[in-house]
Design a protein around this ligand. Sequence first.
Ligand SMILES: Nc1ncnc2c1ncn2[C@@H]1O[C@H](COP(=O)(O)OP(=O)(O)OP(=O)(O)O)[C@@H](O)[C@H]1O
Length: 239
Amino acid sequence: MIVVDDFHKQYDQTLAVHDLSFRVEPGEVLGLIGPNGAGKTTTLRSLAGIVNPSRGQLSVAGHDVSREPIAAKSQLAYVPDDPPNFSDLTVGEHLAFTASVYRVDDAQRKANTLLEQFELAAKQSTPARSLSRGMRQKLAICCAYLYDPAVLLLDEPLTGLDPHGIRTLKRTIRERADNGAAAIVSSHLLAMVEDVCTHVLILDKGTKQFCGPIEDLYRHYEREQQATSLEDIFFAATT
Ligand SMILES: Nc1ncnc2c1ncn2[C@@H]1O[C@H](COP(=O)(O)OP(=O)(O)OP(=O)(O)O)[C@@H](O)[C@H]1O
């Protein structure tokens, strides 16, 4: 489960996120949407323990990210929008390294299954520097999935993926949530949010505009603003 309580992040002169609280329960996929600069990546990076909050508590699978960073990080996978790979390590070595860090049982079988799913099996021995942008994205997702994290934090995960990769990613996010993971998916692709997410959080200028089940989002904005599509709701909710 993910809990964010009274989270603020100030970078020098910029208040990136203001007074943000929400929860994501196991089985839920939260779509994090908002204009450029709304504070989405800041929120994900803070949950991943990369950015220190200026105020508030963030916890992952029962572990406070600031006070118990190792316990929290062992339960989460964060895939940034431009995942850094180790350019000299091959695809297979990335998975072997991840498996050793997270002490994954039966790692070779799991890695092979993931590489098949994401059409990377033929690239086992290819160094990351020779992969395409989309292949590097797929590799980062395979590494994230390898240790079956309780919490998935995905920032613009469809970037660079081909239609097969997009379909596989959408299906596997839903499957992992059905198996008890809590996920946050940040994206500007509203159709993907509609396809995958059970809940939506709309941020605008660092402030929460809405957070709740997607059905409630539609009901609320249709009643209040006559907005019926997620695109119309996005424009009604953000300025
Ligand atoms: N390291 C940093 N130092 C200073 N300001 C930052 C830093 N990172 C982000 N910001 C600022 O914080 C605000 C929120 O940025 P953030 O990257 O979280 O937005 P975002 O919603 O992910 O945007 P996008 O959709 O463009 O990826 C922006 O005003 C940004 O300029």
